[in-house]
Ligand binder design. Structure first.
Ligand SMILES: O=P(O)(O)O[C@H]1O[C@H](CO)[C@@H](O)[C@H]1O
Length: 315
């Protein structure tokens, strides 16, 4: 560790009274953003908006227009919330938007945080804890992803039934650190992470609107570099249908906090499985996500309407 990083770590150790061997990016973030600190951030937001959202929607790259659908919208820029991170990626604006969508009180995160931006997983998922404290029961996660499975095409919508996250498998997990039971339990089962009831509801919407969807496994890599051909082949052979750099850790923190999760990818490019394949390009990915977002928006609106009629699914 370089000298400055060592000094910063030492001062954290002192401030939070952590043992010397406790140096871990996730543990330090979790020690800093205590339940009380998160509560005071949530209270500051509540005082501003005077509105209790039941559903939180996280907008992926190029998908921020979902936030513009909310009725009677109140915007809070991330920069107005003390100690909230800032977005740094093209296609992620940086606003919380509160309002009704299909009659459901919603908070929309117009722009997310990714670990490759330099944020710990714990900081990337801080908003999920805040959503819990604001009263949300469900989180809808959206993302732009590269298709691995060649039965997917650019523009397709993939409902996530499971994930495989390479960072999470290798001890990079937002829940690392001293646990506070007020958020959730120490050990979290995630074998039913993507709610079957919510997926069934979403599939009904797809049938009724005649918007076809696929169902599959979302893979998370660390990024910001995309995949090598060998990486893509490995991911595909391991059972991933598409790949991105977000979502899985957010879903885990949501489950930890007792929130139900629905998650969807828009396939914005095909991950390279051959040396002649097209290079992924983020500005193209953002453009394609935005251009294809209309179907996803219609599905989400219809899903929220159904959810409103099936509030028992929120228990
Ligand atoms: O997952 P979202 O935020 O949609 O963004 C995806 O798009 C970026 C790569 O082009 C990565 O950040 C990847 O995770």
């Amino acid at each position: 560790m370089d000298e400055t990083a060592e000094k910063v770590s030492q001062s954290f150790m002192k401030e939070f009274n952590l043992p010397r061997e406790f140096i871990n990016h996730e543990a330090i973030t979790n020690a800093y953003y205590t339940y009380e600190k998160c509560e005071s951030m949530a209270n500051m937001i509540k005082n501003r908006v005077n509105f209790e959202p039941k559903v939180a929607i996280v907008c992926g790259s190029g998908l921020g227009d979902i936030g513009n659908l909310l009725e009677n919208a109140v915007f809070i820029a991330y920069s107005e919330i003390p100690e909230f991170p800032r977005t740094t990626v093209l296609g992620h604006k940086g606003n919380l938007i509160f309002g009704n969508l299909s009659g459901m009180p919603v908070v929309c995160m117009q722009g997310r945080f990714h670990p490759f931006e330099g944020y710990s997983m714990a900081l990337c998922t801080l908003p999920i804890k805040i959503f819990k404290l604001l009263g949300c029961k469900v989180v809808v996660l959206t993302n732009a992803a590269g298709g691995l499975n060649r039965s997917l095409n650019v523009g397709d919508i993939m409902l996530i039934k499971d994930h495989m996250s390479l960072p999470l498998l290798s001890l990079k997990n937002p829940l690392i650190g001293v646990n506070d039971d007020r958020f959730g339990p120490r050990f979290v089962p995630i074998n039913k992470l993507y709610s079957k009831n919510l997926r069934d509801l979403f599939k009904e919407c797809s049938k009724e609107l005649n918007i076809p969807i696929n169902e599959g496994v979302y893979g998370t890599i660390g990024g910001p570099s995309y995949e090598t051909v060998a990486d893509s082949k490995f991911c595909l052979a391991s059972g991933m249908d598409c790949v991105g750099m977000s979502t899985s850790h957010e879903a885990i923190v949501a489950a930890y906090c007792g929130l139900k999760v629905l998650a969807c990818s828009i396939i914005t490019d095909m991950a390279p499985i051959d040396y002649d394949d097209h290079d992924p390009d983020h500005s193209e990915i953002v453009k394609i996500a935005a251009a294809k977002a209309k179907h996803l928006e219609r599905l989400i609106c219809s899903f929220l309407k159904k959810l409103k009629d099936n509030l028992n699914l929120l228990d």
